[in-house]
Ligand binder design. Structure first.
Ligand code: SF4
Length: 478
């Protein structure tokens, strides 16, 4: 998928105007956000679990090479194959090669953000493989030819009638069916046929366990379990950060992931995959492949200010908590990862030049930090990225502020560093802005500060500072 992060403002404005989407995405607050709060309140040791989760991720990321090599050894001991892909293209090509070599016709996919990074379904369809998403939300998105809107609810922006129309356009001759149960049954019936004829599956991995070489999949629809047992070839794809050292650590991570994602204590299915079918097993694939993808993650690892983003377990809680995401929606972010975590990951992975609007898509209220089950300090990282786009980056391509803008801020800084300079500066600015001021408000500031008043009024700069007003008053009192 080609990142189009540069269109943030336009896409955000379109979503703000779309009443249907505004109504549909309310669910991220009324459903997921409130569900997480209730689940946390019902868990006695919630804060302890979050602290433990953070410690597990900090430790794993600090020792990533050790745990990745342990994972690879154990997957191979279990009879699986491991491939380290440096980027999305390498990963995609490897999976396509496996499919060609095994004479595959139908590929089923279960939800995976890493496969979205690869644009895998589209590429495999182009290669002539019938490639179908099996998570209901992803299936809807695939029929609509769109990208996921949310980390765990890809079709959250679609209304029931949108879904009815989509299914009707694709499969039925009758009128669109308005009933949600009937719609689900219709999709289920279609997908059952696909499961039956699939000869290869591609799934994600919510976690990979280094000590056992297993992967864990969390789903509510059972499609993950069907995908890992029915087809003869199973390929699991993961980012290199999706690793935990032990089964015990997995148990902690599952508890915080599921509660933070949907507010459930446990999801309907938690599937553990230990590789291909063994001789005494009746079900399972004949072949198991694990594709571990870098695709810019090592850049995050090297960057001490953004490294913490590798702790993310993709629960989506920061999206649900974010007042900006809840209004501008997922497509405004332009790439696979939306919301507060996307505003950090996308600029680092796809380049700050195109994604320079994303770190500004935040009120810095801190709700994402409070919501994050592994306590990722998202506001701190957003501020660092803002600093880089403004003046801190050594790469001129990334430093997006104009020389004029930097000149204004330099003058501001100088003015703020001395009392007499501040007073003189305030008087000069108040005089310069007087022609633009009406009844105490600045409604249309001139360039280069015009952006400040393009969507809101700004209080006029006072002609006298508070300090000089107070000393005048004190003088009068005496
Ligand atoms: S940053 Fe935290 S809250 Fe957001 S998706 Fe990742 S783990 Fe969840």
């Amino acid at each position: 998928m080609k990142p189009i992060t540069a269109n943030f403002r336009t896409k955000a404005a379109e979503t703000l105007e779309d009443q249907q989407i505004q109504q549909s995405i309310e669910h991220v607050y009324t459903g997921f956000f409130k569900g997480r709060l209730n689940a946390a309140a019902d868990t006695n040791n919630w804060e302890e679990l979050r602290t433990k989760g953070k410690a597990i991720k900090d430790h794993t990321i600090a020792n990533l090479d050790y745990y990745l090599s342990q994972l690879a050894d154990n997957v191979e001991k279990n009879g699986g194959n491991v491939f380290f892909a440096d980027d999305a293209e390498e990963a995609r090509q490897h999976i396509i090669d496996i499919a060609h070599k095994r004479n595959i016709k139908t590929v089923i996919k279960s939800k995976s953000m890493v496969s979205e990074e690869m644009g895998l379904a589209e590429a495999m369809n182009k290669e002539g493989f019938e490639t179908i998403e099996t998570d209901l939300g992803e299936y809807i998105i695939q029929l609509a030819n769109e990208t996921p809107y949310h980390l765990i609810a890809p079709a959250v922006h679609k209304s029931r009638s949108d879904v009815a129309k989509l299914l009707d356009d694709n499969f039925s001759d009758s009128e669109p069916i308005p009933d949600a149960t009937e719609l689900t049954m219709m999709a289920r019936e279609k997908l059952r046929g696909v499961f039956a004829r699939a000869d290869m599956s591609v799934t994600g991995a919510n976690f990979a366990v280094a000590e056992s070489g297993s992967i864990a999949l969390v789903t509510n629809e059972g499609n993950g379990r069907m995908s890992t047992t029915v087809p003869r070839v199973h390929v699991a794809v993961m980012g290199l950060e999706k690793i935990v050292p032990s089964i015990q650590d997995l148990s902690t991570m599952l508890r915080i992931l599921i509660r933070s994602a949907t507010g459930q204590r446990i999801s309907t299915y938690v599937t553990m995959v230990n590789g291909k079918r063994t001789v005494d097993e009746e079900e399972g694939p004949e072949e198991f492949h694990l594709v571990i993808m870098n695709n810019g993650r090592l850049k995050l690892l090297e960057d001490e200010h953004s490294r913490e983003a590798l702790n993310c377990i993709r629960c989506g809680a920061c999206l649900n908590a974010c007042p900006v995401y809840r209004k501008v929606g997922g497509h405004a972010y332009g790439w696979v990862y939306p919301g507060p975590i996307g505003a950090i990951v996308s600029p680092v992975l796809t380049g700050l030049k195109d994604a320079n609007n994303l770190p500004n898509a935040s009120s810095l209220c801190g709700a994402c930090h409070d919501a994050c089950p592994v306590k990722i300090n998202i506001p701190r990282m957003l501020l660092e990225l803002r600093y880089r786009t403004a003046e801190g980056s050594t790469d001129p391509q990334e430093r997006t502020s104009s020389a004029k803008e930097r000149g204004v801020w330099k003058a501001w800084r100088m003015g703020m560093m001395g009392r007499s300079r501040f007073d003189l500066g305030a008087r000069l600015v108040a005089t310069a802005l007087r022609p633009f001021t009406r009844k105490g408000w600045l409604k249309k500031a001139p360039p280069p500060i015009s952006g400040w008043t393009s969507t809101r009024d700004f209080p006029a700069v006072a002609s006298k500072s508070l300090r000089s007003r107070l000393s005048n008053r004190l003088r009068r009192v005496k």
